[in-house]
Design a protein around this ligand. Structure first.
Ligand code: HH2
Length: 285
């Protein structure tokens, strides 16, 4: 039986991503990283050429294409057993990525940033992830406020889904994402995870991205008695805890940097919640 969840491995081709900026800027290194992620069990590779970390400056279309296209082409040439997703808010970048084999558009603006994006997704028949973000990356962490963060995010996702469907995107191709860390305080992130089940009422698969995010570094530092947030390399425990919880509350796609440990953690969670475990190799007991 195939796993009841999908792992989306992160391939950032940026100089400034919050956790792995600059590591895979070279196309060859990024493609090799993608290959390793698939070997570890990634079902989807999410390729992005523009950082969306808090305070990040926007990247122009030419530069974004220069970063991601050789990587997308390199991944396609390897013929990996994974779907490819393009993490972009620009229709031109998404179009080129689709031509290079991407089958998912991961738009953190939920089709708001580029007037041409909805039409592109509709006509190309790709899947599309609609994510909640309050404000824009440059300013989103400046005092975000909600009436009720879960109700507000839910209403937003419902509205964006209706927008996408009205633009001709088939509902069955839409995935929804509460946008952990995008215009949210630590409390907002925790509340969204605690009540994630409420978002399943929207009737679409839920994607979550908590991997190595700063709220995990802040909680870990508090526990350990450190003054500064734990570095991104030390946030695996929090990443596992939040993804396990999100699975239990109905999420099915997990956007992560560390595919291998998350695959094991989620497989154990799924087996525990299901009350049974069927070994892949029948000789194992
Ligand atoms: N988070 C990031 C980027 N893209 N897409 C979705 N759907 N959901 C997320 O939570 C999400 C996302 C930020 O993480 P990362 O790519 O590691 O960092 P950066 O934006 O700095 O490149």
């Amino acid at each position: 039986m195939s796993a009841p969840f999908r792992l989306m491995g992160i391939v950032n081709v940026t100089p400034d991503s919050f956790s792995d900026g600059g590591e895979f800027l070279d196309a060859g290194a990024a493609v090799e990283h993608a290959r390793l992620l698939v070997e570890e069990g990634a079902d989807i590779l999410d390729v992005g050429g523009e950082s969306t970390r808090p305070g990040a400056e926007p990247v122009g279309e030419v530069e974004e294409l220069r970063r991601v296209l050789p990587v997308l082409e390199g991944i396609a040439a390897l013929g990996l057993e994974a779907e490819v997703s393009i993490d972009t808010t620009k229709a031109s970048v998404a179009r080129a990525a689709i031509a290079a084999g991407a089958t998912i558009v991961n738009d953190v603006s939920a089709l708001r940033a580029d007037a041409g994006m909805a039409e592109l997704v509709a006509e190309s028949g790709v899947q599309c992830c609609l994510m909640h973000m309050l404000g824009e990356p440059r300013t989103m962490q400046a005092d975000p406020r909600y009436t009720d963060v879960v109700d507000d995010v839910k209403a937003f996702l419902d509205e964006r889904m209706a927008f996408a469907v009205a633009a001709g995107v088939e509902e069955r191709r839409i995935v929804l994402d509460p946008g952990i860390g995008f215009g949210k305080t630590v409390q907002h992130n925790l509340e969204l995870l605690r009540r994630l089940g409420e978002l399943t009422q929207l009737g679409r698969p839920l994607l979550v991205g908590t991997s190595r995010k700063s709220f995990l570094g802040r909680i870990a530092a508090d526990v350990l008695g450190h003054a500064e947030p734990e570095p991104t390399s030390e946030r695996l425990e929090g990443t596992i805890a939040t993804n396990v919880l999100a699975y239990e509350r109905g999420a099915s796609i997990f956007r992560v940097h560390d595919v291998a440990p998350l695959r094991v953690a989620l497989a154990v969670t799924a087996a525990t919640l299901g009350g049974r475990w069927t070994p892949t190799d029948a000789t194992t007991t």
